[in-house]
Design a protein around this ligand. Structure first.
Ligand code: UDX
Length: 441
């Protein structure tokens, strides 16, 4: 059993805190948001993540997971302090470290000389942040002997974060002190019992590992999206090409699904931040710049197709949009392609009726009555000129096509996620335009 403090109860903090508690550790989460802490204390979860609520409630009830707004109280007696604070992108794309550094300054004043604490950067932070945090803590009065900084990036996918945390493919630990290496190794031992590796390295390599992983995956997705564009021109089918290349172990099947681009809170931010970090040291990261440009185009790749189908004029047309979240099983709409599509449609004078199983409340906050929302996927179709699919929620995979056909004004679907088989759409007599495949007319 370890005694852990987690500073920041956002997505990463809450998932990490809950999962550490679930493994039997004693966890105190700290946040400056009084209202949020009150809710969490009362066993009310503040984020949507499948499987998390059950673990959260159990550990709150059993007293292993507690919450406070007071940093001094929260870190008292804890051996490990995780920093899971936001690093929002600044204007220039670089990660803003103000939250991390202000907590580091406070910690500098609070750390006791006779206690050793491991302070762990869990947030995605640019290379060199561990050094900066260390300097800030020392500058605020703590002695270098009473703490160590560890860089331990998270690789959690929204929607499967609990599983990713409990059974990680790998754990990366950047350290510079043997004592903290041992403590971190003990902490993670229960999570890697199935034999997955813990990689120990220097802090800079650990920090770069996170950016390199996300940027590589964003590049892989973007690569297949460009192959998809080429497939359309050459008359090939990207889903066949994807299978053909993905079966080579060196390439791998995962993250090779073409679509309307990557979104979310991580890939766009991390790719941009790595390009900026590189340019700060006079390195021009060309491939990632191309990835950003291609992805920006990909998010709205359906628009010219929709325009062409409707003869260049969308005014007064109504579009049903299925899926608003940036991917299924989340209510997260950050950088979601659906929103860019909706903005474009609205700017061209079209009406939008949207449906998403989880993300509608978040979209309502942004759009108010600029678009309509429907209670279920079919209601959205009522009298619409076409259906646009932006997120591959499972419930969209095998819909009732009789119902769809009877509700839509025209049998027209623009599918940004390649959900349906082409021969089926042919039989059903649809106009069906997807990504990197023949258009069924
Ligand atoms: C990602 C990383 O996977 C995770 O390791 C990291 O810690 C945080 O960022 P997340 O943003 O939750 O996780 O989503 P992920 O499942 O990775 O998908 C990211 C985006 O890529 C989504 O917009 C998704 O639609 C898109 N994607 C993914 C594709 O377009 N094609 C694919 O084949 C896979």
């Amino acid at each position: 059993m370890k005694k852990i403090a987690v500073v920041g109860t956002g997505y990463v903090g809450l998932v990490s805190g809950t999962c550490f508690a679930e493994a039997g550790n004693n966890v105190c989460c700290i946040d400056i948001d009084v209202e949020k802490v009150e809710k969490l204390r009362n066993g009310q979860i503040t984020i949507y993540e499948p499987g998390l609520e059950k673990l959260f409630k159990r550990n709150v009830n059993e007293g292993r997971l507690t919450f406070t707004t007071n940093l001094e109280e929260g870190i008292k007696g804890q051996e490990i302090i995780f920093l899971a604070l936001p690093t929002p992108p600044g204007e220039d794309g670089s990660a803003d470290l103000k939250y991390i550094l202000s907590v580091a300054a406070e910690l500098g004043k609070l750390l006791k000389h006779d206690e050793f604490k491991v302070i762990v950067d869990k947030s995605t932070v640019p290379v060199g942040t561990a050094d900066l945090v260390r300097k800030t803590i020392i500058a605020n009065g703590a002695s270098p002997e009473c703490f160590d900084i560890v860089s331990n990036p998270e690789f959690l996918r929204e929607g499967v974060a609990v599983d990713d945390f409990m059974k990680p493919d790998r754990v990366v630990i950047g350290y510079s002190n043997e004592k903290s290496k041992t403590i971190m190794g003990e902490l993670y031992a229960p999570f890697v019992r199935q034999g997955n590796p813990v990689y120990y390295m220097d802090e800079r390599s650990a920090e770069l590992t996170k950016y390199a992983a996300n940027s590589f995956l964003a590049t892989k997705i973007t690569f297949i999206n460009e192959i998809a564009r080429l497939c359309e021109i050459l008359g090939a089918d990207v889903d066949m090409v994807r299978l053909g290349i993905g079966s080579d172990d060196r390439i791998g099947k995962r993250f090779l699904f073409p679509g309307i681009g990557y979104g979310g809170s991580c890939f766009p931010k991390d790719v941009k931040a790595l390009v900026k970090s590189a340019s700060d040291v006079d390195y021009n990261f060309e491939i990632l710049k191309a990835v950003m440009n291609v992805n920006a185009e990909q998010k709205v790749i359906l628009i010219p197709r929709i325009l062409e189908y409707f003869g260049g004029d969308l005014s007064g047309k109504t579009f049903a949009v299925w899926g608003l979240a940036f991917k299924p099983n989340t209510d997260d709409i950050r950088e979601a392609p659906a929103l860019e599509i909706i903005d474009d449609l609205l700017s061209k004078g079209a009406n939008v009726v949207a449906y998403d199983p989880e993300a509608m409340d978040n979209v309502k906050k942004l759009y108010g009555d600029k678009i309509k929302f429907s209670n279920n996927q079919y209601e959205a179709l009522h009298g619409a000129d076409a259906l646009i699919i932006a997120t591959e929620w499972n419930e969209f995979r095998t819909p009732d096509f009789d119902k769809i056909s009877s509700l839509l004004k025209n049998r027209v679907i623009f599918d940004g996620r390649n959900l349906y088989a082409l021969d089926m759409m042919k039989k059903l007599n649809y106009y069906y335009s997807s990504i990197g495949r023949e258009i069924i007319k």
